[in-house]
Design a protein around this ligand. Structure first.
Ligand SMILES: *Cc1c(COP(=O)(O)O)cnc(C)c1O
Length: 364
C-alpha cells in the first residue's frame, strides 16, 4: 500500500463539479480582483467564524504582517510568540521591524507555555501572538487575561485552525485580530496562495482593507503605506465552495484522530484542552528514534512529515539574533522527536488500518 501524506486529488474528485463551475464562473465574468467572489467569501467567512469582519489577502504571512501594521507595531516594539511554529509568524514580526520574544512550549499541547509569558513582558511589549498549532486551540482565555492585565494586543495565528473552537467560539475570534492561511494543504485550502484576517473592530478592518490594496481608500488615493496583497477572484470562488464542506471534513478528521488516539494510545500525542474542539490539521506523535521510524514507515509506503524540524530561534536566517541551542529546551526536544502521520478526510479506513498495524508492530 502507498499512503502519501496528503491526497488533495481525492478532495478535488469529490468536489470537482462545484470547483470547476466556480472557476469557470470567474473566467466567464473576466473580473479577477476585488470582485463579488471576494466580497461574498469575506461575508461567508465572517459568518462562519462568528466575526464582524473578514478581510481576504494574498497569504497567511501577509495577513500576519498586516495585522501587526494595523496595530501600529514597528521598530523598537517586542512581540511575544512561540519558537515552535511555522516561521511565518516570526517573519512577519521581523518584517515590520519589531523584535520576536520567544517563549518555550508546554510539551503536552506544543503551544506557548502560558505560565512563562509574563516573565517576558517588558515596557516594549506590544502584542502576544499565540499559534494554535496542529489544529488545537491554545490556552486563549489565559492569554487574553494576561494581555488585558498588561494592556497588550493579541493576534491569533489561526493558520492551522479553520473551524476549531473553545467553549463554542471559533479560534481566531478571541483576540484583536485572527489570521488564517489558505495554503493548499491547510484544512481550508485554496488552489494557490491565499489568506484572511478576522476582527470585530471596524477601525482595524478598514485599515486592513486599505493595507492589502496599495493603501488606497479609493482608486489612486493612498491613505496608508500599503501593498498589493489581494485574495483573487478564482481563489475566493474555490474557497467559497470548500468552506461549505469544511465542517464535514473536520468531522471526518476528528473521527480519524479519535481512532489514532485509541489505537496508538501508547504514543505521545497533542493534548486537546477541555471545552475545545480541534480541527486536527495535523496528528503529531513523538519518537525518540525518529529518523529510523520514518525510514521504516517509508519502506511500508507510509509518508510522514515533520512540523517543524528546526525551531525558529535556531534557523539560519536568525543567527544574528544571538540565540543558541538550549535556549528553549522543550521546543528543541519536540523538534527532535515529532512526526506527523497522514490525516485527511479522504483517508480510507483500510489505509488507516494499515498505518495503525505497522505503527503498532514497530512500537510495541
Ligand atoms: C501556513 C502557516 C502560516 C503562513 O501561511 P501562508 O499562507 O503559507 O503564508 C502562518 N502560520 C502558521 C502557523 C502556518 O501554519
Amino acid at each position: 500500500m502507498k499512503i502519501p501524506f496528503l491526497r488533495l486529488d481525492r478532495q478535488y474528485k469529490e468536489t470537482k463539479s462545484e470547483i470547476d463551475e466556480a472557476i469557470r464562473r470567474v473566467v466567464k465574468r473576466q473580473f479577477f480582483l476585488m470582485g463579488e467572489e471576494l466580497e461574498k467569501f469575506e461575508d461567508e467567512l465572517a459568518r462562519y467564524m462568528g466575526a464582524k469582519y473578514a478581510i481576504g489577502v494574498n497569504s497567511g504571512t501577509d495577513a500576519l504582517i498586516f495585522a501587526l501594521q494595523a496595530l501600529g507595531v514597528g521598530k523598537g516594539d517586542e512581540v511575544i510568540t512561540p519558537s515552535h511554529s511555522f516561521i511565518a509568524t516570526t517573519l512577519a514580526i521581523v518584517e515590520v521591524g519589531a523584535t520576536p520574544v520567544f517563549v518555550d512550549i508546554n510539551p503536552e499541547t506544543y503551544h506557548i507555555d502560558v505560565s512563562k509569558i509574563e516573565a517576558k513582558i517588558t515596557k516594549r511589549t506590544k502584542v502576544i501572538i499565540p499559534v494554535h498549532l496542529y489544529g488545537a486551540v491554545s490556552q486563549i482565555d489565559a492569554i487574553m487575561k494576561i494581555a488585558k492585565k498588561h494592556n497588550l494586543s493579541v493576534i491569533e495565528d489561526a493558520a492551522q485552525t479553520h473551524g476549531s473552537t473553545f467553549k463554542g467560539k471559533k479560534a481566531g475570534t478571541f483576540g484583536d485580530i485572527g489570521i488564517y492561511s489558505f495554503y493548499p494543504g491547510k484544512n481550508l485550502g485554496a488552489y494557490g496562495d491565499a489568506g484572511a484576517l478576522v476582527t470585530n473592530n471596524e477601525v482595524i478592518a478598514n485599515k486592513l482593507k486599505k493595507l492589502r490594496n496599495y493603501g488606497q481608500s479609493q482608486k489612486y488615493f493612498h491613505d496608508e503605506h500599503g501593498r498589493n496583497s489581494r485574495l483573487d477572484e478564482i481563489q475566493a470562488a474555490v474557497l467559497r465552495v470548500k468552506l461549505k464542506h469544511l465542517d464535514a471534513w473536520n468531522e471526518k478528521r476528528n473521527q480519524i484522530a479519535t481512532r489514532y488516539k485509541k489505537e496508538l494510545g501508547h504514543l505521545k500525542s497533542q493534548t486537546i484542552l477541555p471545552d475545545s474542539i480541534s480541527c486536527y490539521h495535523l496528528y503529531v506523535v513523538e519518537f525518540s528514534d525518529r529518523a529510523e521510524m520514518q525510514k521504516k514507515l517509508a519502506s511500508k509506503g507510509i509518508q510522514t512529515l515533520i512540523h517543524y524540524p528546526v525551531p525558529i530561534h535556531l534557523q539560519k536566517c536568525y543567527v544574528g539574533m544571538g540565540f543558541k541551542a538550549g535556549d528553549f529546551p522543550l521546543t528543541e526536544q519536540a523538534a527532535d522527536r515529532i512526526v506527523s502521520l497522514p490525516l485527511y478526510s479522504e483517508l480510507t479506513d483500510a489505509e488507516q488500518d494499515y498505518i495503525i498495524k505497522h505503527l503498532r508492530s514497530l512500537t510495541q
